[in-house]
Design a binder for this molecule. Sequence first.
Ligand code: PLP
Length: 400
Amino acid sequence: GFAPASRISAIGVSEILAIGARAQAMKREGKPVIILGAGEPDFDTPDHVKQAASDAMQRGETKYTALDGTPALKAAIRDKFQRENGLSYELDEITVATGAKQVLFNAMMATLNPGDEVIIPTPYWTSYSDIVEIAEGRPVLIACDAEAGFRLTAEQLEQAITPKTRWVMLNSPSNPSGAAYSAEHYRPLLDVLLRHPHVWLLVDDMYEHIVYDGFDFVTPAALEPRLKDRTLTVNGVSKAYAMTGWRIGYAGGPKALIKAMAVVQSQSTSCPSSVSQAAAVAALSGPQGFIAERRDSFKARRDLVVAALNEIDGIDCRVPEGAFYTFASCAGMIGRITPSGERIASDRDFTNYLLREALVAVVPGSAFGLSPYFRISYATSQAELQEALSRIAAACAKLG
Ligand code: PLP
């Protein structure tokens, strides 16, 4: 019979994908299920970006490219880091991969020895711990609940660091919580890291442009230049430019790390897609105005969802600073009884109930390492959100 390698045997199938599959199956049975699960903007890739890809194809840019990014894309990324983040990276301090997900994968494969520890605040984007496990490292999960603003504190970080700690992974704004770290939030954490020179910092700035209420986005390598030579600043075009399917992510970091990551990439994908890289050049170098328009649209949806959730007795939703997710507490639902007599014992029971009773698919906090919460992705139309929220409210009202 078949037995998987031990390095993947501990990793389950993504719960988010499993919920999506179940919701799709219900849809095929004719049930009007609303899926608020996907972490994907509902906007289209901008036309000038598509045009750049098409032009690249016509020019014959359809072959293997340089291993970890074309010179043109690396230059566009260098300019982006300088322009938007005040960060100076040389071209050999920049890597491009098939999505930020592969950037993370390359980084962990290139640096972790078996048993090396990676500190990950929860709730976290599920791939963080799974990628660490595939690379045979040990995720060290630290609970950061709504009262803490879903942010890691300096005390928690200090306590979690051991001689085996290789990395700390921070994600601001966060998937799934939408919480973001301001300069004031980052400062004490960076001070701790300054005292522990063996610990490296991976920051995932994927949702940098999706921030609200004038939130001032900052990235640690710019905030604390003394940490820049052990920080990997990860970003990508998937969310800001609605380019999830193009699969381009990138990072800036110390040259030796970038070189080691290229070794991993050279024996997995060889290079990112040539046409997608040309598209990413256009995205990063072209007009940026539509990002603010889309952000305003996301903000209106955030406000709608947060207000509707907080109207429901038993649900408590913190106002997220960014991304397109709410991560609401359903602690008040635990112990309640469904109309068919079942007891809601966990956030998973609650989200299963919402799928059955309200025909709305959301993801339980357990999928992100923190309970009892549930995540809504509000990257969908206001009309659909309104319908989903009124169905959720009606289903919650039926719980005894
Ligand atoms: N980082 C975070 C926090 C994300 O939510 C995602 C996608 O969901 C990614 C990274 C990966 O993005 P991609 O691989 O599409 O660049």
